[in-house]
Design a protein around this ligand. Structure first.
Ligand code: AMP
Length: 422
C-alpha cells in the first residue's frame, strides 16, 4: 500500500513525502481509512509503530476539509498524552504533517511556567496536545475551552492509568462535547483499560498491531548473566565496543540512573540522565545532547523514557531486568523503529533471572545469552519460590526498618517537645 492510496489531502501527502516515509506502517494502513470514515477507533499499539501519524494524518485531513465558521481559530482537535516528552513529540509531528496547509497546533505540559503556553493559545490553535494536569489547570483558569473539539485522542491510555491520571481524564471527558470522534490508543488492553474505553468510544472499530512480533523481527536481543557487584564493570566492558556509538540505557530507579552517569563520567564516557527528579529544561538538554551526539549514553528511567523518539537509535541496554515483562517490550521498542535495525542488550543479576524468564515467555522467544564474557554469574540464581521468599523477607526487613525509624522519631519528637517546654 502507498500513502497515495489513502485518499489523504494532497498537502498532507506532500508533507509525508518530506519525511521520507515510503509506505504506511501497519497501524497507519489500518487506522487511517477508518478515521477518515469518521469511526471511533480502539487501537492496540505502542509507540514506535507509527501510531502518531496514524491518528494525526486523518485528523489534519478532517480539519483541512472542514469549514471554519469563525475567524478566530478554536481548539478543534485535542490529544491527551501522559508525558511531556510524548506531548512535545506528538506536537512536532503535527507541525511536520501540516506544513503545507496552515493547521496550527500547540503543546502544553506541566513543570514549566505557563506564560508562553498561554500566549500561544491566545493566538488560536486548531490542534492542542496536552498532558492532563496542565490542561485542567489552564481550563480552570479560563484559557482553554473544549466546546469546539470535534476530535479527541487519548494516547497511551495504559500508561495514563499507571501514572494515576484516571480522575483527570474523567474531568476532561466531562468537558468534551458529546458529538465528537474519539480515538483511543493503548499498548496493552487489560480490563480496566477496556472499561475506560467504553466510556469514551462509540461503536469503535478495533485495530491492533502486534508489538511482540515486531520486536522479534527487527531487534536483535542478547543477555549477559552476571553478579550484582559486577554490573558496572560489565557495562564498561560492553561499552568498549566502538560500534555502540550511542546507547539508551534503562535504570529502574532515579538514584541508580544518577549513579550510572557518575561512574561513566569518571571513565570519560559522556552521559546524562533523564528522570522524574530532573527539571524540564534539564531533560530537554539531556535529550538534545543525545540527539546531536554530544553524549554517548542517555540513562533513563521507564517513565521518563516513555515516548522518547530518537531517529536511528540502534542500541538499548537494560541495566536491570524489569519485573513486568511488558516494560521490557516498551524499553526495547525505543530502538529499531519503523523497521530499522535495533540491538537490545540486557544485564541480569541472579535475582533478576526469573524476570528474564518471564520476558522470554511473553515474547515467545529465547533471548540469546552472551556466554564468553569476563563477569559470568557465579552467585546462585534464585528460582521462583526462592525469589518469593526473598521478596517476603525484603518486605519484612523494610517494614521493620520503618517501624524502628518511627519509634526513633517519636522518641526524638518527645525530647523536642520537652526542649520546647523548657
Ligand atoms: P511513533 O510510533 O508515532 O512514535 O513513530 C515512530 C517513528 O516512526 C517516528 O520517528 C516516525 O517519524 C516514524 N514513522 C512514522 N510513520 C512512518 C512511516 N510510514 N514510514 C517510516 N517512518 C515512519
Amino acid at each position: 500500500m502507498k500513502f497515495e492510496d489513502l485518499n489523504l489531502d494532497s498537502t498532507i501527502l506532500k508533507a509525508v513525502a518530506d519525511q521520507n516515509y515510503t509506505e504506511p506502517t501497519a497501524i497507519q494502513a489500518q487506522a487511517i481509512p477508518l478515521i477518515l470514515k469518521n469511526n471511533d477507533v480502539l487501537g492496540c499499539a505502542q509507540t514506535g509503530t507509527g501510531k502518531t501519524a496514524a491518528f494525526a494524518l486523518p485528523i489534519i485531513h478532517h480539519l483541512v476539509n472542514e469549514k471554519q465558521n469563525n475567524s478566530k481559530t478554536k481548539v478543534r482537535a485535542l490529544v491527551v498524552t501522559p508525558t511531556r516528552e510524548l506531548a512535545i513529540q506528538i506536537a512536532e509531528n503535527f507541525t511536520a504533517y501540516s506544513k503545507y496547509n496552515g493547521i496550527k497546533n500547540t503543546v502544553i505540559f506541566g513543570g514549566v511556567k505557563q506564560m508562553k503556553q498561554v500566549k500561544r493559545l491566545e493566538t488560536g490553535v486548531d490542534v492542542l496536545v496536552a498532558t492532563p494536569g496542565r490542561l485542567l489547570d489552564l481550563m480552570g483558569q479560563g484559557y482553554i475551552s473544549l466546546k469546539d473539539v470535534g476530535y479527541f485522542v487519548l494516547d497511551e491510555a495504559d500508561r495514563m492509568l499507571d501514572m494515576g491520571f484516571i480522575h483527570d481524564i474523567k474531568k476532561i471527558l466531562e468537558r468534551l462535547p458529546k458529538s465528537r470522534q474519539s480515538l483511543f490508543f493503548s499498548a496493552t488492553m487489560p480490563d480496566n483499560i477496556l472499561k475506560l474505553s467504553n466510556t469514551i468510544l462509540h461503536n469503535p472499530k478495533k485495530i491492533a498491531v502486534h508489538q511482540v512480533s515486531t520486536t522479534a523481527e527487527t531487534i536483535q536481543q542478547s543477555i549477559y548473566y552476571t553478579n550484582k557487584h559486577d554490573k558496572n564493570d560489565l557495562l564498561l566492558y560492553i561499552l568498549k565496543n566502538k560500534e555502540i556509538d550511542q546507547l539508551l540505557l534503562f535504570s529502574r530507579t532515579k538514584r541508580g540512573a544518577d549513579k550510572i552517569v557518575k561512574r561513566l563520567s569518571k571513565q570519560n564516557i559522556k552521559a546524562a540522565a533523564i528522570h522524574g527528579d530532573k527539571s524540564q529544561p534539564q531533560r530537554q538538554k539531556a535529550l538534545e545532547s543525545f540527539k546531536n551526539n554530544t553524549i554517548r549514553v542517555l540513562v533513563a528511567t521507564d517513565i521518563a523514557a516513555r515516548g522518547i523518539d530518537i531517529d536511528k537509535l540502534t542500541y538499548v541496554l537494560n541495566y536491570d531486568i524489569p519485573n513486568e515483562p511488558e516494560t521490557y517490550v516498551h524499553r526495547i521498542g525505543r530502538c529499531g523503529r519503523a523497521g530499522e535495525q535495533g540491538v537490545s542488550i540486557s544485564i541480569s543479576e541472579p535475582e533478576e533471572n526469573v524476570y528474564a524468564k518471564d520476558i522470554e515467555k511473553l515474547i515467545n522467544q529465547k533471548i540469546e545469552e552472551v556466554k564468553n564474557h569476563p563477569f559470568p554469574q557465579t552467585d546462585k540464581p534464585m528460582n521462583a519460590k526462592e525469589k518469593k521468599e526473598f521478596e517476603k523477607e525484603k518486605n519484612r526487613k523494610k517494614q521493620e526498618f520503618f517501624a524502628n525509624r518511627k519509634k526513633k522519631r517519636n522518641a526524638a519528637g518527645g525530647n523536642n517537645n520537652r526542649n520546647n517546654r523548657r
